[in-house]
Design a protein around this ligand. Sequence first.
Ligand SMILES: [Zn+2]
Length: 204
Amino acid sequence: MDQIKIGKFIAERRKHKNLTQLQLSEKIGITDKAISKWERGIAMPDTSIMLQLCAILEISVNELLRGEKIEMENNNQQNEQLLLELAKEIERKNKTIWTSMWAIMIVSIIGLLASISAAAFLIPEGVWQLVAILGATVVFLIPCFYALKLEVSVGAYKCKNCGYEIVPTYKEALNAMHMGTTRYLKCPNCNKRTWCKKVIKKRL
Ligand SMILES: [Zn+2]
């Protein structure tokens, strides 16, 4: 998506409707600064207000995201293109989140192993060594919770039984046993508990 083009299109449609940035912002209930940011291509309208904005500017969401009016005859083709682009963008974002999750986990595990070895070698055997090892383990849990948040925010888990893509809540994922990113989850579709593999790509 071309944010600059979208911004120019919003400005063009706003002027076409004889609205100032302030008037448009008041209609939507946001600040005129936000509108100015869209029109300069610095930010995109939030999805929560996109429909309202489009209604005021008398354009479709597709047209907004394309940054231009779409002729009726090739509307469908353009729709498909747009969906593809959106899917690609989501995929790219998901990949970034996924990579960060693994980076966090690897760094944390190395950190944990290093602290445990340090405790084992540097602190004489006894209570303090145990405290140090326990401490390191507790600290290790913090990035784990964060990584799980990232893991759950991307894609879904595929039910082994029926193939349904399960999107668990954070709590459900936290309580489920796991091996790597494969989690033992109950499928809301077939009600069976299986080891569900993580799938990233599909969801829009
Ligand atoms: Zn199932």
